[in-house]
Design a protein around this ligand. Structure first.
Ligand code: SF4
Length: 108
């Protein structure tokens, strides 16, 4: 299980991150290369930007579930099954608007 205390510093602030267990297998980058990218100097993945919208969140959740050593974490600013509650995207909108969430790993 990923630990936010071990997240790489090159992850963008927000829910999703890669921690220092990453073995650079490329699986997450293949699934959604606009979000998971490679630090080629250090040989690991990191989150370049947080997902926006249900489709991207769902793919990130798939990547999280598929990571062979559970190096991808989600601190829970939003979860895939929350996205359409009430037909709204409350947490995603808050994040995109830049209004910080006091949760762990949120923008400062
Ligand atoms: S799937 Fe997991 S181990 Fe593979 S590159 Fe992504 S974070 Fe690293």
């Amino acid at each position: 299980m990923a630990n936010h205390h071990d997240r790489y510093p090159d992850n963008v602030p927000g829910s999703y991150y890669v921690d220092d267990q990453c073995i650079d297998c490329d699986l997450c980058r293949e699934r959604i290369p606009d979000i998971f990218v490679r630090n080629s100097d250090a040989g690991h993945s990191y989150v370049r930007r947080q997902p926006v919208g249900a489709a991207e969140i769902a793919i990130c959740e798939e990547a999280l579930e598929s990571c062979p050593i559970e190096a991808i974490g989600n601190d829970g600013m939003f979860a895939a099954d929350e996205v359409f509650v009430g037909g709204r995207l409350p947490r995603v909108k808050r994040f995109v608007a830049g209004v910080t969430d006091p949760g762990v790993g949120g923008p400062r």
